[in-house]
Design a protein around this ligand. Sequence first.
Ligand SMILES: Nc1nc2c(ncn2[C@@H]2O[C@H](COP(=O)(O)OP(=O)(O)OP(=O)(O)O)[C@@H](O)[C@H]2O)c(=O)[nH]1
Ligand SMILES: [Mg+2]
Length: 351
Amino acid sequence: MPAVQWRRIPTVLQPDELMDKAFSAASKKANLVDDPDKYHRVRKQMLAMIQSSCDVLETTLKKWVSRWPSLDQLSPFDAALIDAAVGRDPFKQNLGGVQWAANQINRMSREGQSRMAKHRSIEEFHDRRRHVYGRCASILDQIGPQLAWLNDARNIMRRFPTIDPLDPCIVVAGAPNVGKSALISALSSGEPEVNAYPFTTKRLHVGHFEHRRRIYQMVDTPGLLDRPMVERNDIEMQAIAALENVGSIAVYLMDPSESGGNPMHTQENLLSEVTNMLGDTPVLVVDGKMDLLGLTEDDSVNPDSGHIAISATEGWGLEALKAILIEKIGADNIDDPLELPDGWHRKNRPE
Ligand SMILES: Nc1nc2c(ncn2[C@@H]2O[C@H](COP(=O)(O)OP(=O)(O)OP(=O)(O)O)[C@@H](O)[C@H]2O)c(=O)[nH]1
Ligand SMILES: [Mg+2]
Protein backbone atom coordinates (compact mmCIF):
# COMPACT_ATOMS: atom_id res chain seq x y z
CA MET A 1 0.00 0.00 0.00
CA PRO A 2 2.42 2.73 -1.13
CA ALA A 3 1.67 6.40 -0.46
CA VAL A 4 -0.26 8.03 -3.26
CA GLN A 5 1.69 10.79 -4.98
CA TRP A 6 -1.31 13.03 -5.57
CA ARG A 7 0.71 15.58 -7.47
CA ARG A 8 1.62 13.06 -10.12
CA ILE A 9 -1.92 12.55 -11.30
CA PRO A 10 -1.74 13.76 -14.90
CA THR A 11 -3.78 16.61 -16.36
CA VAL A 12 -6.94 15.41 -18.06
CA LEU A 13 -7.39 16.95 -21.51
CA GLN A 14 -10.84 17.84 -22.82
CA PRO A 15 -12.24 16.26 -26.03
CA ASP A 16 -11.08 18.96 -28.47
CA GLU A 17 -7.58 19.06 -26.97
CA LEU A 18 -7.35 15.29 -27.14
CA MET A 19 -8.45 15.25 -30.76
CA ASP A 20 -5.91 17.93 -31.69
CA LYS A 21 -3.19 15.87 -30.07
CA ALA A 22 -4.22 12.66 -31.86
CA PHE A 23 -4.87 14.18 -35.27
CA SER A 24 -1.66 16.16 -35.39
CA ALA A 25 0.36 13.05 -34.47
CA ALA A 26 -1.49 11.23 -37.28
CA SER A 27 -0.73 13.94 -39.87
CA LYS A 28 2.95 13.72 -39.01
CA LYS A 29 2.86 9.97 -39.58
CA ALA A 30 1.08 10.45 -42.91
CA ASN A 31 3.75 12.90 -44.06
CA LEU A 32 6.39 10.25 -43.58
CA VAL A 33 4.76 7.93 -46.10
CA ASP A 34 6.73 7.86 -49.31
CA ASP A 35 5.37 6.06 -52.35
CA PRO A 36 5.58 7.34 -55.95
CA ASP A 37 2.32 5.65 -56.83
CA LYS A 38 -0.58 7.87 -55.73
CA TYR A 39 -3.05 5.04 -55.15
CA HIS A 40 -0.68 3.17 -52.85
CA ARG A 41 0.55 6.35 -51.21
CA VAL A 42 -2.93 7.54 -50.23
CA ARG A 43 -3.90 4.09 -49.06
CA LYS A 44 -0.83 3.87 -46.81
CA GLN A 45 -1.30 7.43 -45.58
CA MET A 46 -4.93 6.94 -44.62
CA LEU A 47 -4.10 3.67 -42.92
CA ALA A 48 -1.27 5.34 -40.97
CA MET A 49 -3.61 8.15 -39.92
CA ILE A 50 -6.26 5.77 -38.61
CA GLN A 51 -3.73 3.68 -36.77
CA SER A 52 -1.76 6.51 -35.26
CA SER A 53 -4.68 8.71 -34.17
CA CYS A 54 -6.47 5.78 -32.52
CA ASP A 55 -3.25 4.66 -30.85
CA VAL A 56 -2.62 8.07 -29.36
CA LEU A 57 -6.19 8.29 -28.07
CA GLU A 58 -6.28 4.79 -26.65
CA THR A 59 -2.88 5.08 -24.95
CA THR A 60 -3.64 8.49 -23.49
CA LEU A 61 -7.00 7.38 -22.08
CA LYS A 62 -5.55 4.18 -20.66
CA LYS A 63 -2.65 6.07 -19.12
CA TRP A 64 -5.12 8.25 -17.25
CA VAL A 65 -6.95 5.25 -15.90
CA SER A 66 -3.74 3.58 -14.77
CA ARG A 67 -2.19 6.71 -13.25
CA TRP A 68 -5.19 7.34 -11.04
CA PRO A 69 -5.04 5.64 -7.68
CA SER A 70 -6.94 2.42 -7.54
CA LEU A 71 -9.61 2.63 -4.87
CA ASP A 72 -9.20 -0.86 -3.49
CA GLN A 73 -5.48 -0.36 -2.94
CA LEU A 74 -5.70 2.81 -0.90
CA SER A 75 -5.00 3.23 2.79
CA PRO A 76 -8.15 3.95 4.82
CA PHE A 77 -6.99 7.55 5.19
CA ASP A 78 -6.54 8.10 1.45
CA ALA A 79 -9.83 6.34 0.69
CA ALA A 80 -11.59 8.60 3.20
CA LEU A 81 -9.98 11.67 1.59
CA ILE A 82 -11.27 10.69 -1.85
CA ASP A 83 -14.68 9.81 -0.56
CA ALA A 84 -15.06 13.08 1.28
CA ALA A 85 -13.61 15.34 -1.40
CA VAL A 86 -14.93 13.92 -4.67
CA GLY A 87 -16.97 10.83 -3.81
CA ARG A 88 -15.94 7.24 -4.28
CA ASP A 89 -18.81 6.36 -6.67
CA PRO A 90 -18.37 9.20 -9.17
CA PHE A 91 -14.63 8.51 -9.04
CA LYS A 92 -15.24 4.93 -10.17
CA GLN A 93 -17.95 5.76 -12.70
CA ASN A 94 -16.03 8.53 -14.43
CA LEU A 95 -12.85 6.52 -14.71
CA GLY A 96 -14.98 3.65 -16.00
CA GLY A 97 -16.25 5.97 -18.75
CA VAL A 98 -12.69 6.69 -19.86
CA GLN A 99 -11.85 2.99 -19.95
CA TRP A 100 -14.99 2.37 -22.02
CA ALA A 101 -13.91 5.04 -24.55
CA ALA A 102 -10.42 3.52 -24.81
CA ASN A 103 -11.95 0.13 -25.60
CA GLN A 104 -14.33 1.62 -28.19
CA ILE A 105 -11.48 3.38 -29.94
CA ASN A 106 -9.42 0.22 -30.04
CA ARG A 107 -12.31 -1.69 -31.61
CA MET A 108 -12.93 1.06 -34.13
CA SER A 109 -9.29 1.24 -35.13
CA ARG A 110 -9.17 -2.46 -35.89
CA GLU A 111 -12.45 -2.30 -37.78
CA GLY A 112 -11.31 0.75 -39.81
CA GLN A 113 -8.05 -0.93 -40.76
CA SER A 114 -9.70 -4.14 -41.91
CA ARG A 115 -12.31 -2.23 -43.94
CA MET A 116 -9.52 -0.26 -45.58
CA ALA A 117 -8.11 -3.53 -46.95
CA LYS A 118 -11.35 -4.00 -48.90
CA HIS A 119 -11.45 -0.54 -50.48
CA ARG A 120 -10.31 -0.12 -54.08
CA SER A 121 -10.40 3.64 -54.73
CA ILE A 122 -8.62 6.74 -53.45
CA GLU A 123 -11.99 8.25 -52.66
CA GLU A 124 -12.89 5.28 -50.44
CA PHE A 125 -9.55 5.51 -48.59
CA HIS A 126 -10.23 9.14 -47.72
CA ASP A 127 -13.81 8.39 -46.75
CA ARG A 128 -12.75 5.61 -44.42
CA ARG A 129 -10.23 7.84 -42.66
CA ARG A 130 -12.86 10.59 -42.30
CA HIS A 131 -15.35 8.10 -40.97
CA VAL A 132 -12.95 6.86 -38.28
CA TYR A 133 -12.06 10.43 -37.26
CA GLY A 134 -15.74 11.27 -36.96
CA ARG A 135 -16.38 8.23 -34.76
CA CYS A 136 -13.40 9.08 -32.53
CA ALA A 137 -14.67 12.62 -32.10
CA SER A 138 -18.12 11.42 -31.20
CA ILE A 139 -16.81 8.91 -28.63
CA LEU A 140 -14.73 11.63 -27.02
CA ASP A 141 -17.68 13.99 -27.00
CA GLN A 142 -19.70 11.32 -25.26
CA ILE A 143 -17.19 11.20 -22.42
CA GLY A 144 -16.87 15.00 -22.29
CA PRO A 145 -18.70 15.27 -18.94
CA GLN A 146 -16.55 12.48 -17.50
CA LEU A 147 -13.34 14.17 -18.62
CA ALA A 148 -14.47 17.49 -17.17
CA TRP A 149 -15.32 15.79 -13.86
CA LEU A 150 -11.96 14.03 -13.73
CA ASN A 151 -10.07 17.22 -14.41
CA ASP A 152 -11.89 19.04 -11.63
CA ALA A 153 -11.29 16.11 -9.29
CA ARG A 154 -7.63 16.05 -10.22
CA ASN A 155 -7.29 19.71 -9.33
CA ILE A 156 -8.73 18.97 -5.90
CA MET A 157 -6.79 15.75 -5.34
CA ARG A 158 -3.42 17.11 -6.31
CA ARG A 159 -3.47 19.25 -3.18
CA PHE A 160 -4.14 16.28 -0.87
CA PRO A 161 -1.47 15.54 1.69
CA THR A 162 0.69 12.53 0.92
CA ILE A 163 0.71 10.34 4.00
CA ASP A 164 2.63 7.12 3.85
CA PRO A 165 0.76 4.46 5.81
CA LEU A 166 4.03 2.64 6.47
CA ASP A 167 5.72 5.56 8.21
CA PRO A 168 4.78 6.71 11.69
CA CYS A 169 2.35 9.59 11.78
CA ILE A 170 1.81 12.07 14.57
CA VAL A 171 -1.59 13.73 14.62
CA VAL A 172 -1.49 17.17 16.21
CA ALA A 173 -4.79 18.16 17.76
CA GLY A 174 -5.93 20.98 19.95
CA ALA A 175 -8.26 23.94 20.13
CA PRO A 176 -7.92 26.71 17.53
CA ASN A 177 -4.99 29.07 17.86
CA VAL A 178 -3.09 27.00 20.43
CA GLY A 179 -0.01 26.78 18.17
CA LYS A 180 -0.48 23.48 16.28
CA SER A 181 0.84 24.79 12.98
CA ALA A 182 3.70 26.58 14.72
CA LEU A 183 4.66 23.31 16.45
CA ILE A 184 4.64 21.34 13.19
CA SER A 185 6.75 23.99 11.50
CA ALA A 186 9.21 24.03 14.39
CA LEU A 187 9.62 20.24 14.39
CA SER A 188 9.81 19.90 10.60
CA SER A 189 13.01 19.67 8.71
CA GLY A 190 12.35 21.90 5.74
CA GLU A 191 9.21 23.83 5.09
CA PRO A 192 6.08 21.93 6.01
CA GLU A 193 3.63 21.41 3.18
CA VAL A 194 0.39 23.26 3.44
CA ASN A 195 -2.38 21.29 1.82
CA ALA A 196 -5.96 22.04 1.16
CA TYR A 197 -8.03 19.83 3.33
CA PRO A 198 -11.18 18.67 1.61
CA PHE A 199 -13.24 18.35 4.74
CA THR A 200 -13.25 21.97 5.71
CA THR A 201 -12.17 25.19 4.15
CA LYS A 202 -9.19 25.22 6.45
CA ARG A 203 -5.72 24.26 5.42
CA LEU A 204 -3.76 21.33 6.66
CA HIS A 205 -0.10 21.42 7.58
CA VAL A 206 1.95 18.31 7.00
CA GLY A 207 5.50 18.18 8.28
CA HIS A 208 8.24 15.58 8.46
CA PHE A 209 11.32 14.92 10.49
CA GLU A 210 13.82 12.13 10.23
CA HIS A 211 15.31 9.97 12.92
CA ARG A 212 17.56 7.00 12.16
CA ARG A 213 16.55 7.12 8.50
CA ARG A 214 12.91 6.79 9.39
CA ILE A 215 10.52 9.52 8.34
CA TYR A 216 8.06 10.72 10.96
CA GLN A 217 5.02 12.48 9.54
CA MET A 218 3.05 15.12 11.38
CA VAL A 219 -0.43 16.27 10.42
CA ASP A 220 -2.57 19.04 11.68
CA THR A 221 -6.14 18.36 12.49
CA PRO A 222 -8.49 20.65 10.67
CA GLY A 223 -10.43 23.28 12.54
CA LEU A 224 -13.35 21.01 13.15
CA LEU A 225 -12.60 20.21 16.71
CA ASP A 226 -13.88 23.46 18.05
CA ARG A 227 -17.52 22.55 17.78
CA PRO A 228 -19.58 19.99 19.66
CA MET A 229 -19.84 16.56 18.05
CA VAL A 230 -23.53 16.91 17.28
CA GLU A 231 -22.96 19.96 15.08
CA ARG A 232 -20.49 18.22 12.82
CA ASN A 233 -21.64 17.03 9.43
CA ASP A 234 -20.98 13.70 7.75
CA ILE A 235 -17.92 14.89 5.92
CA GLU A 236 -16.35 16.17 9.09
CA MET A 237 -17.11 12.87 10.79
CA GLN A 238 -15.26 11.17 7.95
CA ALA A 239 -12.32 13.46 8.58
CA ILE A 240 -12.28 12.34 12.17
CA ALA A 241 -12.52 8.72 11.11
CA ALA A 242 -9.64 9.27 8.73
CA LEU A 243 -7.51 10.80 11.46
CA GLU A 244 -8.32 7.87 13.67
CA ASN A 245 -6.86 5.61 11.02
CA VAL A 246 -3.75 7.54 10.34
CA GLY A 247 -2.11 8.30 13.65
CA SER A 248 0.53 6.33 15.49
CA ILE A 249 0.18 8.84 18.32
CA ALA A 250 -1.66 12.11 18.87
CA VAL A 251 -0.20 15.21 20.46
CA TYR A 252 -2.87 17.21 22.17
CA LEU A 253 -1.53 20.71 22.40
CA MET A 254 -2.78 22.93 25.18
CA ASP A 255 -2.37 26.64 25.58
CA PRO A 256 -2.43 27.28 29.35
CA SER A 257 -1.67 30.95 28.68
CA GLU A 258 -5.14 31.12 27.07
CA SER A 259 -3.63 33.72 24.72
CA GLY A 260 -5.24 31.93 21.79
CA GLY A 261 -8.65 32.77 23.23
CA ASN A 262 -9.63 29.33 24.52
CA PRO A 263 -10.31 29.05 28.24
CA MET A 264 -8.74 26.02 29.90
CA HIS A 265 -12.06 24.32 30.60
CA THR A 266 -12.90 24.33 26.84
CA GLN A 267 -9.50 22.89 26.06
CA GLU A 268 -9.97 20.20 28.69
CA ASN A 269 -13.42 19.26 27.38
CA LEU A 270 -12.03 19.01 23.90
CA LEU A 271 -9.20 16.81 25.18
CA SER A 272 -11.64 14.28 26.53
CA GLU A 273 -13.57 14.33 23.24
CA VAL A 274 -10.41 13.85 21.22
CA THR A 275 -9.26 11.02 23.46
CA ASN A 276 -12.59 9.24 23.02
CA MET A 277 -12.57 9.81 19.30
CA LEU A 278 -9.10 8.50 18.73
CA GLY A 279 -9.87 5.20 20.40
CA ASP A 280 -6.67 3.18 20.62
CA THR A 281 -4.35 5.93 19.45
CA PRO A 282 -2.28 7.09 22.44
CA VAL A 283 -2.60 10.78 23.25
CA LEU A 284 0.31 12.82 24.63
CA VAL A 285 -0.74 16.08 26.27
CA VAL A 286 1.73 18.92 25.75
CA ASP A 287 1.58 22.44 27.12
CA GLY A 288 2.60 25.00 24.52
CA LYS A 289 3.51 28.68 24.61
CA MET A 290 5.55 28.07 27.80
CA ASP A 291 7.32 31.36 27.20
CA LEU A 292 4.06 33.05 28.12
CA LEU A 293 3.77 31.10 31.37
CA GLY A 294 6.81 32.63 33.04
CA LEU A 295 8.76 29.42 32.50
CA THR A 296 12.31 29.22 31.10
CA GLU A 297 14.03 27.02 28.58
CA ASP A 298 15.21 24.70 31.38
CA ASP A 299 11.72 23.86 32.57
CA SER A 300 10.89 20.71 30.67
CA VAL A 301 7.64 20.25 32.55
CA ASN A 302 4.91 22.71 33.48
CA PRO A 303 4.83 22.39 37.31
CA ASP A 304 1.16 23.40 37.41
CA SER A 305 -0.09 20.56 35.21
CA GLY A 306 2.77 18.07 35.09
CA HIS A 307 2.61 18.14 31.27
CA ILE A 308 5.63 18.37 29.01
CA ALA A 309 6.17 22.06 28.22
CA ILE A 310 7.37 23.57 24.97
CA SER A 311 7.53 26.83 23.11
CA ALA A 312 7.31 26.44 19.37
CA THR A 313 8.27 30.05 18.69
CA GLU A 314 11.24 30.07 21.08
CA GLY A 315 12.30 26.53 20.14
CA TRP A 316 12.21 25.36 23.78
CA GLY A 317 11.66 21.72 24.68
CA LEU A 318 11.34 20.60 21.07
CA GLU A 319 14.18 18.07 21.02
CA ALA A 320 12.89 16.54 24.25
CA LEU A 321 9.39 16.30 22.78
CA LYS A 322 10.74 14.68 19.63
CA ALA A 323 12.64 12.11 21.71
CA ILE A 324 9.52 11.26 23.73
CA LEU A 325 7.45 10.86 20.56
CA ILE A 326 10.04 8.61 18.95
CA GLU A 327 10.22 6.49 22.07
CA LYS A 328 6.45 6.23 22.45
CA ILE A 329 5.90 5.36 18.80
CA GLY A 330 8.50 2.66 19.23
CA ALA A 331 9.02 2.16 15.48
CA ASP A 332 12.67 1.42 16.17
CA ASN A 333 12.00 -1.24 18.73
CA ILE A 334 13.15 -4.50 17.28
CA ASP A 335 11.17 -7.55 18.32
CA ASP A 336 13.32 -10.43 19.41
CA PRO A 337 12.62 -13.12 16.80
CA LEU A 338 13.55 -15.86 19.26
CA GLU A 339 11.17 -14.66 21.96
CA LEU A 340 8.30 -17.03 22.64
CA PRO A 341 4.79 -15.68 23.07
CA ASP A 342 3.46 -15.24 26.60
CA GLY A 343 1.96 -18.42 27.96
CA TRP A 344 3.37 -20.63 25.18
CA HIS A 345 4.19 -23.41 27.63
CA ARG A 346 0.58 -23.62 28.73
CA LYS A 347 -1.07 -23.47 25.29
CA ASN A 348 0.96 -25.96 23.30
CA ARG A 349 1.85 -28.48 25.98
CA PRO A 350 1.39 -32.08 24.76
CA GLU A 351 -1.36 -33.95 26.65
N1 LIG B 1 4.42 33.21 22.51
C1 LIG B 1 4.15 32.15 21.75
N2 LIG B 1 3.26 32.24 20.74
C2 LIG B 1 3.01 31.13 19.99
C3 LIG B 1 3.66 29.90 20.25
N3 LIG B 1 3.20 28.99 19.36
C4 LIG B 1 2.31 29.63 18.56
N4 LIG B 1 2.19 30.92 18.95
C5 LIG B 1 1.34 31.95 18.34
O1 LIG B 1 -0.01 31.56 18.48
C6 LIG B 1 -0.77 31.91 17.32
C7 LIG B 1 -1.46 30.70 16.74
O2 LIG B 1 -0.50 29.78 16.26
P1 LIG B 1 -0.85 28.70 15.16
O3 LIG B 1 0.33 27.82 15.05
O4 LIG B 1 -1.37 29.34 13.95
O5 LIG B 1 -2.04 27.95 15.92
P2 LIG B 1 -2.98 26.79 15.36
O6 LIG B 1 -3.29 25.93 16.54
O7 LIG B 1 -2.33 26.15 14.20
O8 LIG B 1 -4.25 27.61 14.96
P3 LIG B 1 -5.48 27.11 14.00
O9 LIG B 1 -4.87 26.46 12.80
O10 LIG B 1 -6.19 28.37 13.68
O11 LIG B 1 -6.31 26.18 14.82
C8 LIG B 1 0.23 32.55 16.38
O12 LIG B 1 0.14 33.94 16.50
C9 LIG B 1 1.56 32.06 16.86
O13 LIG B 1 2.63 32.93 16.57
C10 LIG B 1 4.61 29.85 21.33
O14 LIG B 1 5.21 28.82 21.63
N5 LIG B 1 4.80 30.99 22.04
MG1 LIG C 1 -3.06 25.91 12.20
